[in-house]
Design a binder for this molecule. Structure first.
Ligand SMILES: N[C@@H](CCC(=O)N[C@@H](CSO)C(=O)NCC(=O)O)C(=O)O
Length: 219
């Protein structure tokens, strides 16, 4: 039975899960939730995620939220299909994947998400981007990217010489980041730039990126 993913194709958290579903060649239905109408802040969606945020996923009687947890579930459930994102046959490699999944969530995301908010969400609320917030977080993100530059000078991908869920977790927010005037923070770091170009060119993400139109005319 097809998985049901509740969210919006332009939302980076929803597209994180869709990218994973495509890598695993999993059959799913995207059920649009209208953020502009506040559908995510009321029932029935609140019964799927009490925090009122997209995405949520239903697989039979199992209902999940948090895009990274959903992606890890999909990667495990379909571990023998498509690309192995969690290195399930190697305890050590799987542990490295978990380290860098956490790094994305604990170090990278807290720095990049306020920048994305200022450039893409604030204007939708009639506000101008707050340069102080952008600058403060660019400095944090720069420090994180310097660690990435050194790691990626030793391994092709973050967890090792294999593409994993850890790399995938970075795609959707970085995609929007590269559309801002701050893209040089990545382009000026050769190993990070090569990594970004490699992981963002994967067909599974390309399918998703075409619908990631946040900030473009009309939405
Ligand atoms: N940690 C959670 C964050 C979900 C989230 O922020 N969702 C956003 C859209 S994605 O950018 C959202 O629902 N925003 C609307 C709101 O918060 O009101 C996850 O990874 O699933």
């Amino acid at each position: 039975m097809a998985l049901k993913l509740y969210g919006a194709a332009m939302s980076p958290c929803t597209s994180r899960v869709m990218t994973c579903l495509h890598e695993k060649e999993a059959d799913f239905e995207l059920i649009p939730i209208d953020l502009f109408a506040g559908e995510h802040k009321q029932l029935p969606f609140l019964a799927k995620n009490p925090f009122g945020q997209i995405p949520a996923l239903e697989d039979g009687d199992l209902s999940l939220f948090e895009s990274r947890a959903i992606s890890a579930y999909v990667a495990e459930k379909y571990k023998e299909a498509g690309h192995d994102l969690i290195r399930y046959q190697s305890l050590k490699e799987a542990a490295e994947v978990k380290v860098w999944m956490e790094v994305e969530s604990q170090q990278y995301h807290p720095a990049i998400s306020p920048i994305i908010f200022q450039f893409f969400a604030a204007p939708l609320q009639g506000k101008v981007p707050d340069q102080a917030i952008i600058d403060e977080n660019l400095e944090k993100l720069g420090n994180v990217l310097s660690v990435y530059e050194e790691k990626l000078s030793r391994t092709k991908y973050l967890a090792g010489d294999f593409y994993s869920l850890a790399d995938l977790f970075h795609l959707s927010f970085t995609y929007y980041f590269m559309k801002t005037p701050c893209a040089n923070l990545i382009n000026e770091r050769p190993h990070v730039k090569a990594w970004w170009e490699d992981i963002s060119s994967r067909p599974a993400f390309q399918k998703v990126a075409s619908a990631m139109t946040f900030g473009e005319k009309g939405n």
